[in-house]
Design a protein around this ligand. Structure first.
Ligand code: SAM
Ligand code: DTB
Ligand code: SF4
Length: 321
């Protein structure tokens, strides 16, 4: 089977993306079967622990204070509220609980409160994940000491298209945070968003960035843009569903041992499209009625889908190699 590579060229990735769909899916499914149980999915539940009022200008995001959206600014949730939500997530079958905050970067005082949440969630027997914006090195180390299992920090798009989407922080800052997380020995959750008006070359370039990291992210969320009224990307053209499946398949081929996460945008996907995504190598998803501020499919709907496809929620997924 293909070796794990970190030196992908854009031309190779483009060729993978553009090959006939059946050939692509066959190749992706072979890779998937080699490294994973093809009928297992890992499920995570998200909670927005600090909503809205974010100073950043990410053009897709309903939580930026620069855009008039329906999201109201809220304070950091109380510890008890987070614990209650995590217990509920566990009872509903999630194996990982992800806490998201609409921050540019956490202040040390804020981080101390999140650390208390991480410890409490971990004590419930759940894996923990946090996404809090940019980190300093010492903050990554503190999160590790608290027992944080995963840190989510996305590259979002290609370095070339990035300036069209965000002006308030650079791509290099993102890579720097990822390095801090990696060197603190926290598992990395890093992916991007498609459907933001980017070109196929931008998608190639995003995939190249992810696949050529010194170590592949353990988890790679592929988000389909959720178009939120009031954000600059509210009216962007719909993304071709087949191209979405292609993106998943190529991520699977380039990063064979990573969990590929079907992330935002499932509300707009029918069962057949999601089934194709699983066939293309997606093996994890966000489960629960809400993502951070936008809707996700109802749990009962996801249960039906998983049952229909014979997919089993898995507490721990390990690749065969
Ligand atoms: N504020 C922190 C940050 O940006 O790193 C953490 C939370 S932020 C909401 C986490 C990720 O959610 C973003 O990097 C982006 O990839 C994704 N996201 C946000 N809004 C989205 C949308 N409307 N559609 C798809 N993905 C979105
Ligand atoms: C990721 O890549 N997608 C999730 C999670 N990581 C934090 C967030 C999606 C957010 C979608 C918009 C919202 O609900 O506010
Ligand atoms: Fe803020 Fe994160 Fe939204 Fe960007 S994606 S505006 S940093 S909450």
């Amino acid at each position: 089977m293909n070796q794990i590579r970190h030196n992908w060229e854009p031309s190779e990735i483009l060729a993978l993306l553009q090959q006939p769909f059946n050939d692509l899916l066959y190749q992706a499914q072979q890779v998937h079967r080699h490294y994973f149980n093809p009928n297992a999915v890992q499920i995570s539940t998200l909670l927005s622990i600090k909503t809205g009022g974010c100073p950043e200008d990410c053009a897709y995001c309903p939580q930026s204070l620069r855009y008039q959206t329906r999201v109201e600014k809220e304070e950091l949730l109380a510890l008890e509220t987070v614990i209650a939500s995590a217990k509920q997530a566990k009872a509903n079958g999630a194996s990982r609980f992800c806490m998201g905050a609409a921050w540019r970067r956490p202040k040390d005082k804020e981080l101390a409160k999140v650390i208390a949440m991480i410890k409490a969630v971990k004590a419930l027997g759940l894996e923990t994940c946090a996404t809090l914006g940019m980190l300093e090195q010492h903050q990554a180390q503190q999160l590790k000491q608290a027992g944080l299992d995963y840190y989510n920090h996305n590259l979002d798009t290609s370095p070339e298209y990035y300036g069209e989407i965000i002006s308030t922080r650079t791509y290099e800052y993102r890579l720097q945070t990822l390095e801090y997380v990696r060197s603190a020995d926290i598992s990395v959750c890093c992916g991007g968003i498609v459907g933001m008006g980017e070109s196929i070359d931008d998608r190639v370039s995003l995939l190249q960035q992810l696949a050529n990291l010194p170590k592949h992210p353990e988890s790679v969320p592929i988000n389909l843009l959720v178009k939120v009224a009031g954000t600059p990307l509210a009216e962007v053209a719909d993304f071709d569903p087949i191209d979405f499946v292609r993106m998943i398949a190529v991520a699977r081929i380039l990063m064979p041992k990573s969990m590929i996460r079907l992330s935002a945008g499932r509300e707009k996907m029918d069962d057949a499209l999601q089934a194709l995504c699983f066939f293309a190598g997606a093996n994890s998803l966000f489960y629960g009625e809400k993502l951070l501020t936008t809707d996700n499919p109802a749990q009962v709907k996801d249960q039906q889908l998983m049952q229909n496809l014979g997919l089993t929620p898995q507490m721990e997924q390990h690749c065969g190699q």
